[in-house]
Design a protein around this ligand. Structure first.
Ligand SMILES: [Zn+2]
Length: 195
């Protein structure tokens, strides 16, 4: 065991001892479900999974226990995504998506939450961190009864990390360093709230 892995193991134990929640990372879509608009040129599912994996790395390195609802390009139903999270003894559900719109001028970052004060507080923190880290325009933190939010037993948020239907924003998102920045921003907000 290398020193960093010992350190990571100790951090995991410390977090578990303090009752830190498991962070359930939900990469939107997958398999036959490409995400986005019908006929959208850049598929949402791949970028969502990429950022989800990067977020998983950020959180694990900080000692958090994580669960991913999918780790590859396959389809997972919305109810199974919720079941994975709701089966934990204590969890926080963070869903990762990219946006799409018929209007190619639409761009920016938005967050969704639905139930409970903690979901709203976490959504707000992630949103502010994302805007600060990326300089992307904000479209707000919105309350909407999306399936994965309304069926969540624990705090749950959904991140829309930019529009793949906007040429400029899609170009930014296609860069791996930008996707790392997105993951680190979401991660920093989660870490500061639950550590
Ligand atoms: Zn989506």
């Amino acid at each position: 065991m290398k020193f960093p892995s010992i350190l990571a193991a100790l951090l995991v134990l410390a977090c578990a001892a303090l009752g830190a929640p498991v962070i359930v990372i939900d990469a939107g879509h997958g398999g036959h479900d490409q995400g986005g608009m019908p006929g959208q040129r850049i598929a949402e599912k791949g970028y969502a999974l990429d950022v989800a994996k990067r977020l998983d790395g950020v959180l694990r390195r900080s000692g958090f226990r994580t669960v991913m609802t999918r780790k590859g390009d396959y389809f997972v139903t919305l109810s199974d995504r919720c079941r994975i999270s709701n089966a934990q003894s204590k969890a926080v559900f963070v869903s990762i998506h990219f946006n799409g719109a018929p209007n190619p001028d639409a761009y920016g970052i938005e967050m969704y939450c639905y139930r409970g004060r903690e979901s709203a507080a976490l959504a707000d923190r992630i949103y502010r961190q994302l805007l600060a880290s990326t300089g992307a325009p904000g479209r707000g933190v919105k309350s909407r009864s999306l399936y994965v939010l309304s069926h969540a037993r624990f705090p749950a948020v959904l991140c829309e990390l930019g529009f793949l239907t906007n040429r400029g924003e899609a170009r930014r998102i296609s860069s791996s360093s930008y996707r790392q920045k997105l993951a680190e921003a979401v991660g920093a907000a989660v870490i500061s709230r639950y550590r």
